[in-house]
Design a protein around this ligand. Structure first.
Ligand code: GTP
Ligand code: MG
Length: 444
C-alpha cells in the first residue's frame, strides 16, 4: 500500500482551468472530506464545492474519481478541475496535504503507473519526451510509442528469441528427442532474419535522431555565393549580414526553423577559401567541422561566375563526406549563367533574391525519406544502446551456433533477451521461463 500523493498537473501560470491530481490508497477518502460528498461514481464528472477546514468554500470544481485499477497510476485517483491560476489550485493542494496526502516528487505519478504495470518503461519515457517534444513529427512518434508500439515490437522480438532458446535448451537436455536434423540450420536462418530486422531498426533510429532533436543542416560554399542570403531567405528575416565583400561571415550562425513539421537547425558558415587571416581561418575551420557533423549539407555555388579552383576544392571536400546527404545548389540563377559546374552533375537552381522553392521542396522530400514514419523508432540513447547490446549478443550467439555450442548459444540469447527487455521493463527470469516453456511442450 502506498501513501497518497498530490500535485498540480497543469502548467503554472494563468489559465482557465488548473488540475490538481491526487493518487493513492486514501485518495477517495480525502476527496470525500474536501467535498463533503460521499457517493462518488467512478469516471463521472461531479460539480462540487471544495471546503477548507473552517467550512469556507475554496472553489467550485469538477471532481472526477478514477477507481483502481482503471486510472493513470493504477491506484485510486481523483482529479480536481479547479478554476485557473495558481492561487486556487495551491489552496486545494494545501487542504489535501492537511488531509493526509503528501506532495508528489517529479515524475512520481508516472513512476507509480510503471510500478503498477500500467505502462512500460518505453511508455514512461515517451510521456517525459512528449511533454518536451520540439516538433509535430516528434510528437507523432512519441504518441505511437505511448500507445505501446515499441513495447509490442520488443515483445514480439523477445518471443522469437525465447522460442530459439527453447529449441536450444531441448537440444542440450533432450538430445535423444526426435528433433529435425536440420534444426541448427533452421535456427540460424530465423536468427539472421530477426537480427537484420533489429539492426535496421537501430540504424534507422540513428538516422532519424533529428526527428527528436532537430536535423542539423549546414550551408557551405566559397565566399560570396549567397550563404547568408540563403539563411535569411529560409528564416524570412535578415538574421545574417549580407554584403558584396567576400569573407563577410566570420563565424558560424545557427538558427532553428520548421520545415514541414520537422525541426531544422540551420547553420550559416564562413566562406571556405585559402586565407592568411587568422580569424577568418578559424571561421573556415568551423565551417568544415559543422559540415562534418551535419545530417544534411547544402553546398552553395554561384551560377553567375565562372568555375574556379575554389569550387573544385569544395566539390572534392564533399566527396570525402560520402556518408552525409548533400544537396548541390547553384544560386543567383536570376543573373546570366557563367558556371559550367552542372555539366556532369545534378544541381538545383535557386535565386536567394527571388525564389528558393526548389530547395525547400528538396529538403522536405529528404526529411520525409529520412523519417519514413511508420517504422519502429528508438527515441533515446538508452533505448538505442539496449538494442545494440542485444544485436551484439545475437552476433555472438550466431557464432556459437555455427560451432554447435548450444550452451554458449543459449547464454548469449539469454543476454540478448535481457538487454532487449530493459527497453520496456526490468528483466524477469521467472516470467521468461514460464513463457518459454508454455510455448514449447516438452511433454516431461
Ligand atoms: N543577383 C543575386 N545576388 C545575390 C543572390 N544571393 C546573394 N546575392 C548577393 O551576393 C552577395 C553575397 O551574398 P552573401 O549572402 O553575403 O554571401 P555569403 O556566401 O554569405 O558570403 P560570405 O559570408 O562572405 O562567405 C550579396 O551582395 C548578395 O546580395 C541572388 O540570388 N541573386
Ligand atoms: Mg555570409
Amino acid at each position: 500500500m502506498r501513501d497518497s500523493i498530490v500535485a498540480i498537473a497543469t502548467a503554472p501560470g494563468q489559465g482557465s482551468i488548473a488540475i490538481v491530481r491526487l493518487s493513492g490508497v486514501d485518495a477517495l477518502q480525502i476527496a470525500q472530506k474536501i467535498t463533503q460528498y460521499h457517493t462518488f461514481k467512478p469516471r463521472y464528472a461531479h460539480l462540487l464545492s471544495l471546503y477548507a477546514d473552517d467550512n469556507t468554500t475554496l472553489d467550485e470544481a469538477i471532481v472526477i474519481y478514477f477507481k483502481s485499477p482503471h486510472s493513470f497510476t493504477g491506484e485510486d485517483v481523483v482529479e480536481f478541475q479547479c478554476h485557473g491560476g495558481v492561487i486556487v489550485a495551491r489552496s486545494v493542494v494545501s487542504r489535501v496535504l492537511d488531509l493526509g496526502a503528501r506532495l508528489a516528487t517529479a515524475g512520481e505519478f508516472t513512476k507509480r503507473a510503471y510500478l503498477l504495470n500500467r505502462i512500460d518503461l518505453s511508455q514512461a519515457e515517451s510521456i517525459a519526451n512528449l511533454i518536451n517534444a520540439k516538433s509535430e513529427n516528434a510528437a507523432k512518434v512519441l504518441v505511437r510509442q505511448l500507445k505501446g508500439s515499441l513495447g509490442n515490437f520488443v515483445n514480439s522480438s523477445k518471443d522469437q528469441l525465447l522460442e530459439l532458446l527453447a529449441y536450444s535448451e531441448v537440444n542440450i537436455d533432450y538430445a535423444e528427442e526426435d528433433l529435425p536434423l536440420d534444426i541448427v540450420a533452421q535456427m540460424s536462418k530465423r536468427l539472421s532474419t530477426l537480427q537484420q530486422h533489429l539492426q535496421k531498426t537501430v540504424q534507422s533510429s540513428k538516422r532519424r535522431e533529428g526527428v527528436m532533436n532537430g536535423f542539423k543542416v549546414s550551408i557551405i560554399g566559397k565566399p560570396n555565393v549567397g550563404k547568408s542570403s540563403l539563411l535569411n531567405a529560409l528564416l524570412d528575416y535578415n538574421r545574417a549580414i549580407v554584403s558584396t565583400v567576400a569573407g563577410t561571415t566570420r563565424d558560424t550562425i545557427e538558427e532553428e526553423l520548421y520545415i514541414k513539421g520537422y525541426l531544422v537547425r540551420i547553420i550559416d558558415t564562413a566562406g571556405i577559401r585559402d586565407s592568411s587571416d587568422e580569424i577568418e581561418s578559424i571561421g573556415i575551420q568551423r565551417s568544415i567541422e559543422s559540415a562534418r557533423e551535419s545530417d544534411i549539407i547544402i553546398a552553395l555555388f554561384d551560377a553567375s561566375s565562372p568555375t574556379d579552383d575554389n569550387d573544385k576544392e569544395i566539390i572534392e571536400f564533399l566527396k570525402s563526406l560520402d556518408e552525409t546527404i548533400t544537396i548541390k545548389v547553384l544560386n543567383k540563377s536570376d543573373l546570366a549563367k557563367q558556371t559550367d559546374l552542372d555539366q556532369n552533375s545534378n544541381f538545383l537552381n535557386i535565386s536567394c533574391k527571388h525564389n528558393i522553392s526548389a530547395l525547400i521542396d528538396k529538403l522536405e522530400q529528404i526529411l520525409d525519406d529520412q523519417t519514413c514514419s511508420d517504422e519502429t523508432m528508438l527515441v533515446s540513447l538508452r533505448q538505442v544502446s539496449a538494442m545494440q547490446k542485444a544485436t551484439d549478443e545475437i552476433d555472438l550467439a550466431q557464432k556459437q551456433l555455427e560451432h554447435g555450442e548450444l550452451e554458449l548459444f543459449s547464454f548469449h540469447i539469454h543476454a540478448a533477451i535481457e538487454a532487449m527487455s530493459s527497453i520496456t521493463k526490468q528483466f524477469d527470469n521467472d516470467e521468461m521461463l514460464d513463457k518459454m516453456f508454455s510455448n514449447f511442450c516438452l511433454g516431461k
